[in-house]
Write a protein that binds this ligand. Structure first.
Ligand code: CA
Length: 236
């Protein structure tokens, strides 16, 4: 099925170039030229992915991102930033962006990044009957890695793609201590070398969502001076 991409970019030449190249790569593309229009379109078209410029008229990219997450949409968002933007990546991630690209970028780079993000966050095709779906279950917490779903005591939880990816990675390495650098390179791959605050921000979001008391976490433990560990809680 054709994936729908919403590009929110006020520089007409960049918007047109992105649209052209993404369409060449087989995506359906809609354009918005200011933040408010971008937000309205995102809410109505529910795109599979958004490319969102940071500096936009009417409503800036950070606010658009924040609003989208407040509407409980987990569409992956790649922020487009200019090299000289005073732009705090950590704040952007806190607001729910998933990835960044710094202008100028080549069309090829954009397509590669879009593909990678879509691959990471798309639900996998329906499994054949022989292969059972993978489910992680810890007490009331259930994580369905292939379906991009998490529930706690049967209640579905909303996760951003990065939060989800981090949680799954922690679970796949449960009972092992993972350093912030390990998590950074496993979940964020590139772009954020050295800035481990991103990890802390996401861990704190995860705790708010899955822990009964995020100050006394049962699942995600802080290992002082080292990093984090996902622990399988002892049966009560
Ligand atoms: Ca701009």
């Amino acid at each position: 099925m054709t994936k729908n991409i919403l590009v929110v970019e006020d520089e007409l030449s960049i918007a047109t170039l992105l649209k052209y190249n993404l369409e060449q790569a087989g995506y359906h593309v809609e354009l918005a030229h200011d933040g408010q229009a971008g937000l309205d379109m995102a809410l109505s078209m529910k795109p599979d992915l958004m490319l969102l410029d940071v500096m936009l008229p009417k409503l800036d990219g950070m606010d658009v991102c924040k609003e989208i997450r407040m509407h409980k949409m987990n569409t992956p968002i790649i922020m487009l930033t200019a090299r000289d933007d005073e732009f705090d990546k950590v704040l952007g991630l806190e607001l729910g962006a998933d990835d960044y690209m710094t202008k100028p970028f080549s069309p090829r780079e954009v397509i590669a990044r879009v593909k990678a993000v879509l691959r990471r966050f798309s639900p996998q095709p329906v499994q054949t009957q022989q292969s059972a779906e993978k489910i992680f279950e810890f007490g009331g917490l259930r994580v369905y890695p292939d379906r991009f779903e998490v529930s706690l005591h049967e209640q579905a939880l909303e996760f951003t793609p990065k939060e989800f990816e981090l949680l799954v990675y922690l679970i796949e390495n449960k009972n092992r201590v993972l350093t912030r650098d390990q998590l950074l390179s496993a979940v964020w791959n590139y772009d954020f070398a050295g800035d481990t605050r991103i990890v802390d921000v996401h861990i704190s979001h995860l705790r708010d969502k899955i822990e009964e008391n995020s100050r006394k976490p049962v699942f995600i433990k802080t290992i002082r001076g080292l990093g984090y560990k996902f622990e399988e809680p002892k049966a009560v």
